[in-house]
Design a protein. Structure first.
Length: 565
C-alpha cells in the first residue's frame, strides 16, 4: 500500500512538470516511432516503441508528445516504488526505504528524464524489477525466480542494451552464491532469449516500410547491426588508460552531486553495513555485490564508447548507478537512524527535501516549447510543395514528430538526412520545386547556388532570381524565460537559431549579424562546432582577432573534437 501511494505521489509530481510539447534530442524520433510503429535509431528500442504505442492508446488525452512524457513519468514513479519494495524486502524500515526511493526520485538526472520523452525512465524500471527478482532468488534459490531475473533483463535489453550488462552482473552474483555448473546457465540463457523476443518486431515491421525505418533491419545482418549499434562505437572520447582517471573523477563527482553528497556518504555507510550483516542466505551481500558490479559496469561500458558529451555532460547514462547508490544509501540511512537519538531522526528527511526544493525549477518542463517552436516555425514558413532536407538530431527529430505525427505541413516533402541508410537520390527542378535545407550542404555544383534565408538555406539555380523571403520569429518561445530549464541540447538549439539569423543578416547588415552571433555565443557557450563556424565567418570578414578567439574557444571546449583534427 505504501509503495503504491509513493508511486502515485511521484507520478503526480512528474506529471505536473511534464513536457507538453516535443523535447530536443532523441525525443521526436522516439515518439514518432511509437506513434507510427516505426523503427528509431539503433538499437531500435522495440520495447519502448511497443509499450509507448499501447500507452498512447490507453491514455487518449493530450498530444502524443504529452502522453509519452507521462509514460516516462509512470515508468520513473514505478521504478522508485520498486526500489522502496526492494529495500523493505532487505529488512530496511519504512523510513530508510522511503529515503532511498526519494534519493533516486529527486536526483537531478533521474528527475530530468522522468517528464520528457526518452528511454531512460523505462530502463530504470527494468533494472529495479530485475534487482527485486534477484533479491527474491537470493532468498529462495528457486529456479523460477532466477528465470524471472533473466527474462526481465532480456526484456529490458529491448529498451536499452545496458540491461544485457546488468544480466552479466547478476550472473556473477549467481555464480558466487550458488557455484558454477554449465547446466545452470541453460535456464537463464533461455529466459533471457525469451525476453528478447520483442526484437522480432524490427524485421517484421521493416518489411512494411514505415515512414521511420532506420537501418532497414529486414535481414539478419541488418538486424544485428541495429541491435549492437554497429555504427555508434567510433566516437569514443577515451584515447588511453590515463583518460580513465578523468572519467572516474567525473563519475564519482556525479554520484555526490546527484545525491546532495549526504546520500553518497550514506551509501558508503550502507556498503559497510551490508558487508557486515550476517544472514544465512547471504542475500544482503549478494545485493551489495550486484549494486557495486552494476555501478562498475556502468562506468566502464560508457567509458569504452561514450563521446565527450556522453561522459561529461549527459549524466543520464549513469542513472543505473544512481539507482544502486540510492539502494545503498537506504541501508546507510537505516544504520544512521539506529545510531541517532529518537528526537534527531527526522534530520534524514532534510536530504530528499533539499533535492526536491532544489530540483523543481531545473526539471519543470511544463512551459517548455523551444524545440516545438523552432521546428514548427521551419515547416510553417515554407512555400507550398517545398522539399526540406533536414539533418542534426536536435532539429530533424522534432521535425519528424511534427510532420509525421501531428501532420504539420503534409504538403512538404521532409527528407530525413542521416536516418538509416540515408534518403533516396533527390531529383528536383529548382525553378518550380523549392528546395530548402536546415544546414549548408557544402555541395560543389556550379549550377546550384546556396543562399541563407532566415533559419534555412535555399538551393536555387545559379543566376536566377533572388531567394524567397521567409518569415521566422525573432526569438524562440521561452528562450529568455528563467522558468524554462535549458539543458545542453536546448542551449545548442537556441544558439543555432541565432547563428542562422546572423548568417542571413550578414548579407546586408553586419551589425545585426554580429548581435545575433553574440547572442548565439551566450546561448550555447559550450558548443565547439558553433564557435568553429563563427571563427570561419570572422576570418572571412577580415576579423583575425575575433576569428582566433572563436577558434581558441572551440579548441578549449573539445580539444579532441573532429573539427580540431
Amino acid at each position: 500500500m505504501t509503495a503504491a501511494a509513493l508511486g502515485a505521489t511521484l507520478f503526480l509530481v512528474y506529471a505536473l512538470g511534464a513536457a507538453r510539447t516535443i523535447y530536443v534530442g532523441d525525443s521526436g524520433e522516439l515518439v514518432a516511432a511509437a506513434a507510427l510503429l516505426g523503427i528509431p535509431h539503433p538499437s531500435g528500442y522495440p520495447l519502448y516503441v511497443l509499450l509507448g504505442k499501447a500507452w498512447t492508446i490507453l491514455v487518449p488525452a493530450g498530444s502524443i508528445a504529452l502522453r509519452m512524457s507521462l509514460f516516462s513519468a509512470a515508468a520513473a514513479a514505478a521504478a522508485c516504488a520498486l526500489l522502496y519494495v526492494l529495500c523493505r524486502r532487505m529488512s530496511l524500515p519504512v523510513a530508510a526505504s522511503l529515503f532511498a526511493a526519494a534519493i533516486l526520485a529527486f536526483g537531478r538526472s533521474f528527475w530530468s528524464e522522468a517528464n520528457i520523452q526518452r528511454t531512460y525512465a523505462l530502463n530504470a524500471l527494468c533494472l529495479m524489477l530485475a534487482a527485486l527478482l534477484l533479491n527474491r532468488w537470493l532468498a529462495s534459490r528457486a529456479p523460477a525466480h532466477l528465470a524471472a531475473v533473466y527474462f526481465v533483463c532480456g526484456l529490458g535489453a529491448c529498451n536499452h542494451l545496458f540491461m544485457a550488462v546488468a544480466a552479466i552482473c547478476a550472473g556473477m552474483v549467481v555464480m558466487v552464491a550458488a557455484g558454477f555448473r554449465p547446466v545452470r546457465i541453460v535456464l537463464p540463457l533461455a529466459a533471457f532469449a525469451l525476453g528478447m523476443l520483442p526484437y522480432l518486431y524490427l524485421p517484421l515491421r521493416s518489411r512494411f516500410d514505415p515512414p521511420l525505418d532506420w537501418g532497414n533491419p529486414e535481414t539478419l545482418s541488418g538486424l544485428a547491426a541495429v541491435m549492437v549499434r554497429r555504427d555508434y562505437w567510433g566516437r569514443a572520447w577515451i584515447e588511453g588508460p590515463a583518460d580513465l582517471l578523468a572519467v572516474a573523477g567525473d563519475y564519482l563527482w556525479s554520484l555526490g552531486a546527484e545525491t546532495a553528497w549526504a546520500g553518497a556518504a550514506l551509501a558508503v555507510l550502507g556498503c559497510v553495513t551490508l558487508l557486515r550483516r550476517r544472514t544465512a542466505d547471504g542475500a544482503a551481500r549478494g545485493m551489495l555485490a550486484f549494486a557495486l558490479l552494476t555501478m562498475a559496469a556502468n562506468v566502464v561500458v560508457l567509458a569504452a564508447h561514450g563521446s565527450r558529451e556522453d561522459l561529461f555532460l549527459w549524466h543520464r547514462y549513469y542513472i543505473p548507478s544512481y539507482a544502486m547508490v540510492a539502494l545503498l544509501a537506504g541501508a546507510g540511512c537505516h544504520e544512521a537512524l539506529r545510531r541517532l537519538p529518537a528526537a534527531a531522526r527526522t534530520v534524514v528527511a532534510i536530504v530528499p527535501l533539499f533535492l526536491l526544493a532544489a530540483g523543481w525549477s531545473a526539471t519543470d518542463r511544463s512551459r517548455y516549447r523551444i524545440a516545438d517552436h523552432y521546428s514548427r516555425s521551419l515547416l510553417e514558413a515554407l512555400p507550398p510543395g517545398s522539399h526540406l532536407l533536414a539533418s542534426d538530431d536536435n532539429i530533424l527529430f522534432p521535425l519528424i514528430y511534427l510532420h509525421h505525427v501531428e501532420g504539420v505541413r503534409p504538403d512538404v516533402n521532409l527528407v530525413m538526412q542521416g536516418v538509416g541508410a540515408g534518403p533516396p537520390p533527390l531529383r528536383f527542378d529548382p525553378d518550380i520545386e523549392p528546395l530548402f535545407l536546415t544546414h549548408h550542404p557544402n555541395w560543389t555544383l556550379p549550377q546550384i547556388a546556396i543562399e541563407p534565408v532566415g533559419l534555412l538555406f535555399q538551393a536555387r539555380r545559379a543566376g536566377s532570381a533572388a531567394p524567397v523571403s521567409l518569415r521566422f520569429p525573432e526569438t524562440l518561445a521561452g528562450e529568455d524565460d528563467p522558468r524554462v530549464p535549458k539543458d545542453d541540447l536546448t542551449r545548442n538549439l537556441i544558439g543555432h537559431f541565432h547563428y542562422m539569423r546572423g548568417v542571413t543578416a550578414a548579407r546586408d547588415n553586419w551589425g545585426a549579424a554580429r548581435r545575433e552571433f553574440d547572442m548565439a555565443s551566450r546561448a550555447a557557450p559550450d558548443n565547439d562546432v558553433l564557435f568553429y563556424n563563427l571563427g570561419l565567418i570572422y576570418r572571412g570578414r577580415g576579423l583575425p582577432d575575433d576569428a582566433q578567439a572563436a577558434f581558441e574557444r572551440s579548441r578549449t571546449i573539445d580539444p579532441r573534437g573532429a573539427i580540431q583534427r
